[in-house]
Design a protein around this ligand. Structure first.
Ligand code: TRP
Length: 451
């Protein structure tokens, strides 16, 4: 196969890929999901396992996934077909692409509901609802939102519409602009919150909770959640990063990019955790509160700070932006495929993907209130979609990606494509992708299955 160009374009500047991949990776997974999962799973031990998964599985798999995209230069489905063909392997490898396109839409549905909460908090912060209120009243506000189906659906609709608009505009106008300004601002804002937390006495309790390792608290469920989350937070296993890799130029070093994205993503999650647990312990809240955690804690901090209304509003705007730049990557694999293979107009394709995710998202939103009794495998629709994608589909996608890159593809092509100059580093990476990641994922998944 000769050098290929993507029909969707190539990122214009050298580091736009880093920004776009960081935009995809950094999102609700870091600020909303990581802290509440750490809280539910007892802190330190979960955090340590999660960090190990990021380093030993997440980062190597990210390299493998980008490599597939950059070699295939097409939507994940078509890239996988081409590469399977090139390796003279069965066309069933295209299944990685299909699994991913479906997973992306499923994730987008519940992701958009949560992003909708963040949009609604922009409004709540800006209108001064929390000013001068007691901590209890502030954290109670979340219940009002979640028990109101109309509100949930409205904000969810707003967020899906935002996502469709950017995806419809394609990678240059849409994606690049959205990430360039907002990502750096989010980092600054988080550092500001970190500064605030450090002035609080409870900061040390927060550190103790996050970093004091007690393996006694670790369940099998927690290990699987940590694995699933390491894929979720780095946007791995469903082709999002593969789709972006297809727009990445040849000149760029893959390894440096991947490490940068991995480190930035982890920093954001850890800082968010340190801030949130400071507020939890300072106000006698429950670390294991679950998905409501971020929404019940951060507004308390803002209500106590000078300039809190402005800062709090800005913060939630940035959370929405981070969620937005992630959501577009969830839709991209399916949209790129429809454009390439069905010859569909990008706008129409984005709209269809948006409608599917919207309908499923409405079901998720209602499962938080009027449909809370509807159970699939004992879980609400919301939890079911979250667990199905995060704990099963993403690790499975990751596992298949590893097998394809390290066992099916031509070794010389892989060597050339990863472009790691240092032979030892290359060997370590290849070993991780060939043995450590697939075995790790398989063991964790099977363990949970045979519980
Ligand atoms: N990584 C994003 C977050 O942490 C969510 C996300 C975007 C994602 N694209 C993805 C998750 C692809 C899994 C797969 O918020």
């Amino acid at each position: 196969m000769s050098e290929q160009q993507s029909i969707h374009g190539i990122w214009t500047k050298r580091w736009t890929f880093v920004l776009a991949a960081t935009g995809s990776a950094v999102g609700l997974g870091n600020i909303w999901k990581f802290p509440y999962m750490a809280g539910e799973n007892g802190g330190g031990a979960f955090v340590l396992i999660y960090l190990c998964f990021i380093a030993a599985i997440g980062i190597p798999v990210m390299l493998a996934e980008i490599l597939l995209g950059r070699r295939g230069r097409a939507s994940p489905i078509n890239s996988m077909h081409k590469l399977a063909d090139e390796a003279q392997a069965t066309p069933f490898w295209g299944g990685i692409g299909w699994l991913g396109a479906v997973a992306g839409m499923l994730i987008l549905s519940f992701y958009s509901v949560v992003a909708g909460w963040a949009v609604s908090y922009v409004y709540l912060m800006a209108s001064g609802t929390f000013t001068g209120q007691e901590a209890e009243v502030i954290s109670g506000e979340f219940g009002n939102l979640v028990s109101d189906p109309a509100k949930l659906v409205d904000w969810h609709t707003v967020f899906i519409a935002m996502t469709v608009v950017v995806v419809a505009n394609g990678i240059h106008k849409g994606l690049e602009m959205a990430v360039q300004l907002l990502m750096p601002l989010l980092f600054i804002m988080l550092l500001l919150l970190l500064g605030y937390s450090m002035t609080q006495e409870a900061f040390t309790d927060s550190l103790r909770f996050l970093f004091k390792v007690d393996f006694g608290k670790l369940t099998e469920e927690a290990v699987l959640s940590a694995l699933g989350h390491s894929f979720f937070t780095l946007s791995l296993g469903m082709g999002a990063i593969m789709a972006y890799g297809a727009y990445m130029s040849r000149q760029q070093s893959l390894a440096a990019t991947v490490v940068t994205v991995g480190v930035l993503d982890t920093l954001v999650a850890i800082v968010a955790g340190m801030v949130i647990f400071t507020i939890v312990f300072a106000n006698g809240l429950e670390p294991g509160a679950g998905p409501s955690l971020m929404f019940q804690t951060l507004p308390i901090a803002f209500s106590q700070m000078p300039g809190g209304v402005v800062l709090g509003t800005m913060f939630f705007v940035l959370v929405v932006a981070a969620a937005w730049s992630s959501a577009i990557s969830l839709a991209e694999p399916a949209v790129a495929w429809a454009v390439e293979t069905l010859g569909m107009n990008r706008g129409v394709a984005a709209l269809i993907v948006g409608v599917v995710a919207w309908v499923l998202g409405v079901a998720c939103a209602l499962s938080l209130n009027i449909w809370s009794d509807v159970k699939i495998f004992d879980e609400t629709i919301f939890d079911f979609l979250d667990k199905l994608t995060t704990n099963i589909m993403l690790p499975l996608g990751g596992l298949l990606i590893c097998i394809f890159v390290a066992w099916v593809m031509d070794r010389a092509i892989v060597r050339k494509e990863v472009d790691i100059d240092h032979p030892t580093i290359y060997k370590i990476w290849f070993f991780l992708v060939r043995f450590v990641s697939p075995v790790g994922v398989a063991v964790v998944m099977l363990n949970k299955l045979m519980e």
